[in-house]
Design a protein around this ligand. Structure first.
Ligand SMILES: *[C@@H]1O[C@H](CO)[C@@H](O)[C@H](O)[C@H]1NC(C)=O
Ligand SMILES: *[C@@H]1O[C@H](CO)[C@@H](O)[C@H](O)[C@H]1NC(C)=O
Ligand SMILES: *[C@@H]1O[C@H](CO)[C@@H](O)[C@H](O)[C@H]1NC(C)=O
Ligand SMILES: *[C@@H]1O[C@H](CO)[C@@H](O)[C@H](O)[C@H]1NC(C)=O
Ligand SMILES: *[C@@H]1O[C@H](CO)[C@@H](O)[C@H](O)[C@H]1NC(C)=O
Ligand SMILES: *[C@@H]1O[C@H](CO)[C@@H](O)[C@H](O)[C@H]1NC(C)=O
Ligand SMILES: CC(=O)N[C@H]1CO[C@H](CO)[C@@H](O)[C@@H]1O
Length: 498
């Protein structure tokens, strides 16, 4: 151990890396790196193993605590992202051994032993349960608001996530195993109400199994554990993928509707949740890869075409209803393409998110936590996204983490909104309430079916139409949506039922 410390002291200046003091975790000592943002020192502890690598006999199993270590582990670089099809350009290194955690804390909070009371923001990344990684830049939000992306006050933990990360957060809200671990939750575009089809999951799992060299094996689990991870990946990478969750285990014993009806959840959690205006736009390629290719100039679509596409979103029994609802009569000279995008966004992200919030709020009564909703409509200025994509899915994340601020091509408005959103998120994490937005008090969902608009040009204005719409349409819509997070093999389920 001494050797390692000396090694670091001698060599760190060469690499320009200043190291933090050693921290003793339950599993062993680690040492992170010292960084700085706007003259505020931030300690980063990156790539901390939080479970044993889920490989070999641990593949397809519940996570297991890591083996303790005694030598100081450097925690100066993030661990690899989980093995995934190469869809995200920013993800370089992937591995099946990917259960690592990154922690950010300001130097002054770290130093001050009497000040372990800073709120913790615990981030779960998105990516359809299939792609993405936990590597985010926590520097701006942590330095500017002195929150801890893990390792602060255990009684003030806010879990937050976007997309599939947000779906995970909603599952934790309803899980008996997570009860008491966190106090607040932020859900950005996604909940467990997103459509997923168990039958398709099972069928696709068998299809995958049949394609691998295990298809003749008697022992499904052992053979699948013996396979190389890349063989499994290669055999599923021929389509859009999305893992999903299943109800009925210890983590999630009940369907959300039952959990709500019976009150099987912790009702003291404060929630901030919302969507971005065009949450569905980037996924429309799933409806038609050519027409909705975002590298092409968008062409208007006819009423007939739009109706055909609507059948990909809603089942045939309901399509007349939704055509009337979203397009009006054929004689109406609507922008059917935009209307289709609204329908798609509603069905996939917007209504599942708002309805979850409304149900949570209405089942809490007056004693429960507070639920606040937002509607993010500011379209980020980016070079790589066409105009029609609008405020696209995931656009919120760079505002929340302040990564917008470091982007030299960034607009002034985006920087302003980013600063405001960091303020809102951290204020909420600290207080369980939202701050004033301009002159406007942010009403809870218990008080009003409305969401605060997040857009510098509409500061302090609220949105009610979308939420009212979702509230009214969801009972019928939820029964008839057929598009979801996409079919993806659920290997655990396959093994259990083999
Ligand atoms: C960590 O553990 C080592 C070895 O037991 C001990 O010498 C050191 O003081 C501990 N450091 C802290 C910060 O507790
Ligand atoms: C934190 O403590 C270290 C070591 O004692 C010291 O060098 C550093 O200046 C302190 N930083 C702050 C912000 O208090
Ligand atoms: C340390 O934390 C305590 C408790 O939050 C605070 O009162 C005190 O001012 C802090 N000290 C420094 C040097 O930041
Ligand atoms: C998998 O293969 C078995 C045996 O060849 C076949 O009966 C079954 O229909 C296949 N299942 C799928 C989902 O392809
Ligand atoms: C899995 O691998 C082990 C060790 O190589 C081997 O003994 C076992 O037979 C394999 N099991 C299956 C089902 O292929
Ligand atoms: C006709 O289209 C407009 C704009 O697209 C829309 O606001 C209106 O509701 C539609 N009318 C009907 C009857 O659906
Ligand atoms: C489509 C695909 O990549 N199939 C692969 C599945 O795995 C087998 C080995 O079991 C490979 O030979 C196939 O190329």
């Amino acid at each position: 151990m001494n050797f390692l410390i000396v090694f670091c002291l001698i060599f760190s200046p060469i690499h320009g890396l200043n190291l933090t003091p050693i921290v003793n975790l339950t599993s062993g000592p680690i040492q992170g790196k010292v960084t700085e943002y706007e003259s505020i020192g931030v300690y980063q502890f990156l790539g901390i193993p939080y479970a044993k690598p889920p490989v070999d006999k641990l593949r397809f199993q519940l996570p297991v605590e890591p083996d303790p270590w005694t030598e100081v582990e450097p925690a100066t670089a993030p661990g690899p992202a989980c093995l995934q099809p190469p869809v995200l350009p920013n993800i370089k290194e992937t591995s099946e051994d990917c259960l690592y955690l990154n922690i950010f804390v300001t130097e002054s909070t770290f130093n001050n032993s009497s000040n372990k009371q800073r709120p913790v923001l615990f981030w779960i990344h998105g990516g359809g349960f299939t792609t993405g990684s936990g590597v985010i830049d926590g520097l701006p939000i942590v330095s500017l608001h002195d929150v801890v992306l893990f390792g602060g006050d255990p009684n003030s933990v806010t879990i937050f996530g976007a997309s599939a990360g947000s779906v995970s957060v909603s599952a934790h809200l309803l899980s008996p195993l997570s009860k008491g671990l966190f106090k607040r939750a932020i859900l950005e575009s996604g909940t467990i109400y997103q459509n997923h089809n168990d039958d398709t999951l099972v069928l696709d799992s068998w299809k995958l199994y049949n394609k691998t060299s295990c298809s003749k094996s008697k022992d499904v689990l052992e053979c699948m554990q013996n396979l190389s991870a890349t063989e499994i990946l290669n055999n599923i990478s021929d389509k859009v993928l999305a893992y999903s969750f299943k109800v009925g285990d210890d983590f999630l014993p009940y369907e959300p509707s039952k959990a709500f009806a019976e009150g099987f959840f912790d009702n003291s959690i404060d929630i901030l949740l919302g969507v971005v205006k065009n949450d569905g736009s980037v996924f429309m390629k799933a409806i038609d890869p050519i027409v909705f290719d975002y590298s092409k100039v968008p062409q208007p679509i006819s009423y007939q075409q739009a109706t055909t596409y609507l059948k990909r979103i809603f089942n045939s029994e309901s399509v007349d209803y939704f055509r009337e609802l979203y397009f009006g009569p054929e004689t109406n000279d609507s922008d059917f393409r935009s209307q289709l995008e609204i329908a798609y966004s509603d069905a996939t992200f917007i209504c599942p998110t708002y309805v979850f919030g409304l149900q949570y709020a209405s089942s809490l009564g007056s004693q429960g936590g507070k639920v606040y909703a937002y509607y993010h409509t500011q379209k980020p200025k980016t070079d790589h996204m066409p105009e029609w994509i609008g405020t696209y899915h995931g656009a919120d994340v760079s505002y929340v983490f302040g990564t917008n601020l470091q982007n030299p091509g960034n607009s002034h408005k985006d920087a302003s909104l980013s600063r405001e959103m960091m303020k809102i998120w951290t204020y909420f994490a600290e207080n369980g309430e939202t701050p004033m937005i301009g002159e406007t008090r942010w009403k809870t969902m218990q008080e009003s079916k409305s969401a605060m608009i997040l857009n510098i040009d509409d500061w302090g204005k609220t949105e009610t139409e979308r939420i009212e719409f979702c509230h009214k349409e969801w009972p019928y819509m939820s029964k008839n949506v057929i598009i979801g997070l996409g079919p993806f093999p659920n290997i655990q389920f396959l093994i259990e039922h083999s």
